[in-house]
Design a protein around this ligand. Structure first.
Ligand code: ATP
Ligand code: MG
Length: 240
């Protein structure tokens, strides 16, 4: 299978003596959504932290476009075209909406004209944000903050986007919009790794799905592998 990102046999944890992930391997195929589901505390976010360079693997390696990025520093991933929408907010609450947007765009080292053009396009697509551009990001509602994070994704236009629990705490209408945005990212040519507790939604959106359980991949397959026997699978994962 063609891969944009390959994780090969990663073992890691937050301290030397306790491993949280054990021999985890995943492949993310280009121009697809790859999903991951699993119970609370199973290690899904820890896997992203490992790939993103926040935690150092004790064993295994990570390849992006065939290049070994195992020991990469998180800040340099933007240059490679990798971006992360974390489970918690990634915004600077005391900065204005506009200033938040300038932070990633500065790292991309775009020309002033290109920067202005992209910001203008973003405010056309997100008129609510445009109206409030001088307001502090922390004063926006939870849903508007998510939309600002989506706006950043469209500014950065990464090749690979990690999305961790995108709809937690959002009203149903905003959650629907968030899922539409994720599909829009795919249509923009991005590759997406989606972690979500909404099993049905992950299976609906993803081409390939991984199940994480106690730091191990316990099941994986193309979406149709999961679609047919969803109820049974969920009971199995929950140990019922
Ligand atoms: N900063 C940390 N220091 C030490 N242990 C941690 C830390 N963060 C998470 N853990 C532990 O690592 C394990 C995996 O947690 P992780 O957050 O990766 O799970 P998750 O699958 O993302 O869960 P959730 O669905 O609740 O987001 C848990 O046992 C958790 O207690
Ligand atoms: Mg998590």
């Amino acid at each position: 299978m063609e891969s944009l990102l390959e994780v090969e046999n990663i073992t890691l944890g937050y301290s030397e003596d306790i491993d949280i992930l054990h021999n985890v391997s995943i492949n993310i195929a280009p121009s697809t959504i790859t999903g991951m589901i699993g119970l609370n505390g199973s290690g899904k976010t820890t896997l992203i932290k490992g790939i993103y360079g926040f935690l150092k693997p004790k064993q295994g390696r990570i390849l992006f476009e065939g290049e070994d990025i195992t020991d990469i520093k998180p800040y340099s991933l933007i240059y490679k075209g990798i971006w992360y929408l974390p489970q918690d907010s990634s915004l600077f609450p005391y900065l204005s909406i506009e200033d938040n947007l300038y932070i990633p765009i500065k790292s991309l080292q775009l020309s002033r004209n290109e920067m202005k053009k992209r910001i203008k396009e973003i405010f056309e697509q997100f008129p609510d944000l445009g109206e409030k551009r001088k307001k502090k990001a922390g004063n926006l509602s939870g849903g508007q903050q998510k939309m600002l994070e989506c706006a950043m994704v469209l500014l950065v236009r990464p090749k690979l986007l990690f999305v961790d629990e995108p709809v937690v705490g959002l009203a149903p209408k905003v959650a629907t919009e968030m899922y539409e945005r994720i599909v829009e990212f795919l249509h923009w040519g991005m590759t997406i790794f989606l972690i979500d507790h909404n099993v049905r939604k992950v299976i609906e959106l993803s081409s390939y799905v991984y199940v994480m359980s106690l730091g191990r991949i316990t099941s994986e397959g193309p979406k149709d592998h999961f679609e047919g026997e969803l109820k049974q699978q969920v009971r199995h994962w929950l140990g019922l």
